[in-house]
Design a protein around this ligand. Structure first.
Ligand code: GDP
Ligand code: MG
Length: 163
């Protein structure tokens, strides 16, 4: 099975941390093109016996010259358009923000298989955030800690189920 997963979500939820954990040193390509794809990073991910291409997106922080909503849409939609599935990440500690809800709407609109991930789920402080993520209507959130490497077997199961 060969497929591409785009990690999308607002800045600071932990997308790049998960990307780095999944890819390790096997970053295949740093895409330096101008415009919406300039911050896209692709790598070969391994998770259990799954090998797939994973795409990290920068979110909003590095795309000048456009409205906030426009940048958000462009980044997210470009990455999602080329992907077979979407890993939509929220921050279980921060709680949902308007930006999360805007991303969720774009993710839903893309109409592709989605795995909802509530990152930063290590420890008890995060359980309310995982529960809140249910309310996005994108299925059952998978609680993970990208930084501590927790929940990755649940992520594996969710990816297998979604694709
Ligand atoms: P991105 O903007 O979505 O790519 O987020 P980053 O991967 O750059 O991470 C943003 C911040 O969240 C950094 O300070 C990370 O160290 C932190 N972070 C990422 N994953 C976790 C996690 O599982 N738990 C906690 N507590 N912090 C995390
Ligand atoms: Mg990042």
């Amino acid at each position: 099975m060969s497929f591409t997963i785009a990690i999308v979500g607002r800045p600071n939820v932990g997308k790049s941390t998960l990307f780095n954990r999944l890819v390790g040193k096997r970053v295949a390509l740093v895409d330096d093109q101008p415009g919406v794809t300039r911050d896209r990073r692709e790598g070969l991910a391994r998770l259990g016996d799954l090998d797939f291409t994973v795409v990290d997106t920068a979110g909003l922080e590095e795309a000048p010259g456009e409205s906030l909503a426009g940048r958000m849409r462009a980044q997210t939609e470009a990455a999602m358009a080329d992907a077979d599935g979407i890993l939509f990440m929220v921050d279980a500690r921060a709680g949902l923000t308007p930006a999360d809800r805007a991303f969720a709407a774009a993710v839903r609109k893309a109409g592709k298989p989605v795995v909802l991930v509530a990152n930063k789920s290590e420890g008890r402080a995060a359980s309310a955030g995982v529960y809140e993520a249910f309310g996005l209507g994108l299925g059952e959130p998978v609680g993970i800690s990208a930084e501590h490497g927790e929940g990755l077997s649940d992520l594996y199961d969710a990816l297998r189920e979604a694709l």
